[in-house]
Design a protein around this ligand. Structure first.
Ligand code: HEC
Ligand code: HEC
Length: 367
């Protein structure tokens, strides 16, 4: 232990810079945004992203067996540690700095926050220990114990835990009303489930530009592999249709529900209901469905109809003469003759042949 400490010390002093307690607290809290994908601390493992212990000491792109993207390997010099300027640029706008990176994260735009999170990471050694422990209260680095973010302590049950009486399996505890409310957020085409609130296009544009445009493009045109959100009208009959929420989706409720539930990607559920109304209104504006002075609210939600709604029809096959008699699906020996191979995937050309193909398929790929 002693030898290792002595060996590491000069390296650590050379590459990390002093961290003030204030930086450390800010850096630690900024790092919460990263924890969806990265872990630091003793025993940290690779997750969606590589573990980040010893970032200032180890070579860039060297987290064990982690599979870095081609974009990463091309852009970053992996024979030395990250240069602080390069890291700063990467963290400000990952996808701009490194188009094609696997780090699906819009970036930390605030300069102080970025400096703080870099300083905080630079103070974590290769074994997840704090290099300058005095600068930071030790509590600043409670490790996230394993890849699911569950602390070990949560997994041990007291021996004399009584068996719960509720339910059929007698497991866990009854969910709290608050927990059910937080989970039960679906919004239906008829507006059932909409929360109170409203939001204007003019407010939506601000949210969109700061939280959505890095991936979906300034006007919803989509960047790189990220989906486009606007346009594509009159392309549905093309071989490669552009299926956007404007050209393809049937109901506005799906837009509201999806954005509220899943976006911004990696930071879902961080927007208030009013913000979701506003950004949904702006998406309608980008699709030429409302004017710039429009405000979307729970009250006028139903007045918006998406252009493609009428092309979604109810499935009436069970009433059609051909299917009607088949009450039970056939599950065995259903074919009278042995199956014949009529086409091979290779000939059909469904298998991409080169690395670049992934980039160009995107919208309208066969699905
Ligand atoms: C949505 C998941 C995700 C989030 C959130 C995320 N990252 Fe990453 N990060 C990745 C992935 C994936 C890679 C690997 C990039 C590649 O191979 O293109 C990566 C790579 C890195 C690297 C390079 C590591 C190395 O071994 O050289 C650093 C540093 C980094 N991220 C820091 C951060 C910080 C700091 C944050 C938060 C402010 C953050 N990341 C947020 C997924 C994420
Ligand atoms: C880090 C990149 C990123 C950011 C930032 C982001 N998104 Fe997305 N968005 C995605 C990805 C990836 C998908 C596709 C997810 C999937 O198919 O599982 C997606 C899908 C969508 C879709 C569905 C598109 C379709 O046709 O299937 C909508 C709508 C959407 N995002 C809206 C938003 C809004 C609004 C914001 C900002 C509040 C936002 N996104 C921020 C990456 C991002």
């Amino acid at each position: 232990m002693l030898t290792r400490t002595l060996l590491l010390l000069p390296v650590a002093l050379a590459t990390s810079y002093p961290v003030s307690a204030q930086d450390a607290t800010l850096g630690k809290s900024v790092f919460k945004q990263c924890q969806a994908c990265h872990v630091v601390g003793p025993g940290a493992k690779n997750m969606v992203g590589p573990q980040l212990n010893g970032l200032a000491e180890r070579n860039a792109g060297s987290a064990g067996s982690y599979g870095y993207s081609q974009a990463f390997k091309t852009k970053v010099a992996t024979d030395s540690p990250w240069d602080n300027d390069a890291l700063d640029h990467f963290l400000r706008a990952p996808m701009e700095y490194m188009p094609g990176t696997k780090m699906a994260f819009p970036g930390v735009r605030d300069d102080d926050e970025r400096t703080a999170v870099i300083a905080w990471l630079n103070n974590i050694g290769v074994n997840g220990e704090l290099i300058d422990a005095e600068a930071i209260p030790v509590a600043a680095i409670e490790p996230v114990a394993d890849s699911k973010g569950i602390q070990e302590a949560d997994l041990t049950l007291p021996e004399d835990q009584p068996i719960p009486e509720h339910g059929q399996l007698h497991l866990g505890r009854v969910a709290l009303d608050e927990e059910i409310d937080a989970w039960d957020i679906d919004v239906r085409p008829d507006g059932t489930g909409l929360p109170d609130g409203s939001g204007a296009v003019t407010h939506g544009v601000e949210i969109y530009d700061s939280q959505c445009a890095t991936c979906h493009g300034d006007f919803g045109e989509g960047k790189g592999r990220w989906p486009m959100l606007a346009g594509g009208f009159d392309t549905l009959q093309n071989e490669r249709p552009e299926k956007t929420i404007g050209s393809y989706w049937p109901y506005l409720s799906t837009v509201f529900d999806y954005v509220r539930r899943a976006m911004p990607f990696g930071h879902s559920r961080t927007m208030s209901d009013n913000d979701v109304y506003a950004v949904t209104a702006y998406l309608m504006y980008l699709n030429d469905l409302v004017d710039e002075d429009f405000t979307l609210s729970a009250e006028n939600f139903q007045s918006i109809r998406l252009p493609n709604e009428a092309n979604f029809i109810a499935d009436t096959r069970s009433e059609e003469p051909y299917y009607a008699p088949e009450t039970e699906p056939c599950m065995a020996n259903c074919m009278e003759e042995p199956a014949k191979v009529s086409m091979r995937a290779l000939v059909l050309d469904v298998t991409p042949s080169g690395e670049g193909d992934e980039e160009v398929s995107g919208a309208g790929a066969v699905d």
